[in-house]
Design a protein around this ligand. Structure first.
Ligand SMILES: Nc1ncnc2c1ncn2[C@@H]1O[C@H](COP(=O)(O)OP(=O)(O)OP(=O)(O)O)[C@@H](O)[C@H]1O
Ligand SMILES: [Mg+2]
Length: 249
């Protein structure tokens, strides 16, 4: 087992220390994933109790209007939380995407529901543009979701003073699929654009970013036989493009 890991280190030509840091980080993330999946699972149980209790109260006759409105809110918000926790559980489940067709637009839309809170907090308007006739991915739904989430979070984090985040899916002329994640943030200076896909490259403050998001995302897209590229105009914004050529589909 150890042997094959070291062989991979040599293949990827990463410096040994970087590779070992990456390995340790991945193990920590996997552990964190397991712990949070457990916590989320535990949170879901009382949430279900809250939802059914609220439903019972809503059926009560003779409740004052104001009280009904409040219970309605409790019901709605608890349902929203429950949906969110279910989304995170599906996301954290390892290998849940080893097989099964993936609807690309649906996957992108699911990410939009996950970033609702972040985008609202930053006054970012989220625009979704889905064209017709987009081929499905044969598998890899969770991996694609993780990539789109990484890119959308980067875009939101870049737009500290609000802006627009556009997620679009379109077919390409050769029968492939193209996903674009564009923001109206500050853009990426040309002198660092070559570096942003390197492991541990970050411009964020200590504790705010590991610099692994784009490195991991590019690897995941390549595992799915696609490519991940960036175009950016400082002062105007950035656009990340995921392309799945027809043979990948
Ligand atoms: N949409 C964007 N606009 C401006 N800069 C960006 C954008 N996306 C990425 N970057 C730049 O690329 C760097 C690397 O991004 P990456 O996602 O790999 O790491 P990170 O976001 O810094 O940390 P992590 O993803 O681990 O939290 C960022 O620190 C930032 O400087
Ligand atoms: Mg990131």
């Amino acid at each position: 087992m150890k042997k094959s890991i070291l062989a991979t280190a040599a293949d990827t030509a990463l410096p040994d220390k970087t590779f070992l840091d990456l390995l340790a980080f991945n193990e920590k993330m996997a552990e964190l994933g397991r712990i949070s999946a457990g916590i989320i699972h535990e949170v879901n149980t009382p949430l279900c109790v809250i939802i059914s209790a609220a439903q019972l109260v809503l059926q009560e006759e003779g409740m004052p209007e104001a009280a009904l409105e409040l219970v309605e809110r409790i019901h709605l918000e608890a349902q929203r939380l429950s949906q969110m926790t279910r989304g995170i559980l599906t996301f954290a489940r390892p290998d849940s995407d080893s097989s099964g067709e993936t609807d690309i637009c649906q996957t992108v839309h699911e990410v939009v529901t996950l970033i609702n809170y972040e985008s609202g907090k930053r006054s970012v308007r989220v625009i979704e543009e889905y064209e017709d006739h987009i081929p499905s991915l044969p598998s890899g739904g969770s991996r694609l979701k993780q990539v789109v989430l990484n890119l959308a979070m980067n875009a939101l984090q870049a737009m500290e003073e609000g802006g627009e985040l556009t997620l679009s899916c379109s077919p390409d002329v050769a029968g492939g699929a193209v996903i674009r994640i564009s923001d109206t943030g500050p853009g990426i200076p040309p002198e660092i654009v070559e570096l942003i896909f390197d492991p541990f490259y970050t411009t964020k403050r200590e504790g705010e970013g590991t610099g692994l998001g784009l490195f991991v995302s590019r690897n995941l897209v390549e595992e799915l036989h696609g490519s991940l590229t960036v175009q950016s105009l400082p002062g105007t914004g950035s656009r990340f493009t995921i392309t799945f050529p027809q043979p990948a589909l």
